[in-house]
Design a binder for this molecule. Structure first.
Ligand SMILES: *[C@@H]1O[C@H](CO)[C@@H](O)[C@H](O)[C@H]1NC(C)=O
Length: 326
């Protein structure tokens, strides 16, 4: 399987790089409602001396990334001006794509959460994408607070629980550490390394991807039941995507502002419905069709499930050296 898979994944990663860089150019694209999102803690409400953040409202969740990017900016100055090579951009931009592509809405359609005609900014707890993103937002955010780089202490911030399944979401640094100790340690390791004068861009990426993949492992197990709310093509895409993340993690893909904003133009711009079959989706660009087809093939090689993907070291070496150029 691996021998078959390696060239496929290789072609796919290459395809995404080339297409994103050449077809689209490295244009600047901030996430939707970026300017309207909180950029400092004082933009959130305060209760009993704690900032109250509701991560189930899109601009409020995006604000967590905005503050995280702001507070870590100084550590990335030595790699590029204007925070361009802050590797945490990937998380914020991906969340923006989830919003603009309609992936944060209530997939059961029993509420108007997230819908244009309803509660547009609502993030649905039933959205698989929103739930996985929670692990890639709340955990890195709270770990950063706990690591002391956010300018407040852990007892000064409280996240609001979703309307249901509350026990699946940790709300504070201490409860996340209790529920997901290994992942929280890995985010902490990233922030520790960030503060080290000898930090290198590649090492930071490595720490970030370790924490990222670990958070995905945690979240994936908890929310597999959400797939049943989606069409088969969309559920497959979610599964294939999470397998693919293991590949870009192994490749140490640089999650900077320009690479990710270019890269995600190659991703499906809307939720997939029954009958969508890459590369024949008429309202997708050629690149979006090809990338989706590529993701399907990568996922297929793993029987469409994200048991921890074992990645051929030779492939990873090759991909890492390829990625160095971006
Ligand atoms: C961080 O946010 C503060 C307050 O909004 C702002 O004054 C500052 O310029 C920001 N820093 C960076 C690097 O974006």
């Amino acid at each position: 399987m691996l021998s078959l898979l390696a060239p496929r994944a290789c072609v796919l990663v290459g395809c995404i790089f080339v297409s994103s860089a050449e077809v689209f150019g490295l244009s600047d694209q901030y996430p939707p409602l970026w300017d309207e999102s909180p950029g400092q803690f004082s933009d959130y409400s305060v209760e009993n001396g704690k900032y109250i953040i509701d991560p189930w409202v899109y601009p409020k969740r995006m604000g967590m990334y905005k503050i995280l990017l702001n507070k870590t900016a100084s550590y990335f100055e030595k790699f590029a001006p204007d925070n361009e090579r802050n590797i945490l951009w990937g998380l914020a931009l991906q969340h923006g794509w989830q919003f603009s592509s309609g992936r944060l809405v209530d997939p059961t359609q029993t509420t108007d959460c997230g819908y244009e005609s309803g509660d547009r900014l609502c993030i649905s707890v039933d959205s698989w994408w929103a739930d996985l993103n929670y692990f890639l937002c709340a955990l890195p955010f709270l770990a950063a607070v706990d690591a002391g780089i956010m300018g407040i202490t852990s007892d000064q911030v409280q996240l609001v629980p979703p309307p249901k399944d509350q026990t699946k979401f940790c709300l504070s640094a201490s409860s996340c550490q209790l529920s997901y100790p290994s992942t929280m340690r890995k985010w902490d390791a990233l922030y520790k390394h960030l503060q080290s004068p000898s930090r290198s861009f590649e090492d930071l990426l490595k720490y970030m991807w370790e924490a990222h993949v670990s958070a995905l492992d945690d979240g994936y197990k908890v929310f597999e039941d959400r797939f049943e709310y989606y069409s088969k093509p969309e559920a497959d895409f979610g599964k294939d995507w999470s397998v693919f993340v293991d590949y870009i993690a192994a490749a140490n893909f640089p999650t900077t502002f320009s690479t990710i904003s270019a890269f995600q133009k190659a991703l499906p711009p809307r939720v997939l419905v029954d009958g969508d079959r890459a590369p024949f989706i008429s309202d997708f660009t050629d690149v979006q069709n090809i990338v989706l087809l590529g993701l399907n093939l990568v996922g297929e090689s793993h029987s469409g499930s994200r048991t921890r993907t074992v990645i051929n070291e030779g492939w990873a070496d090759h991909a890492r050296s390829y990625c160095l150029n971006f």
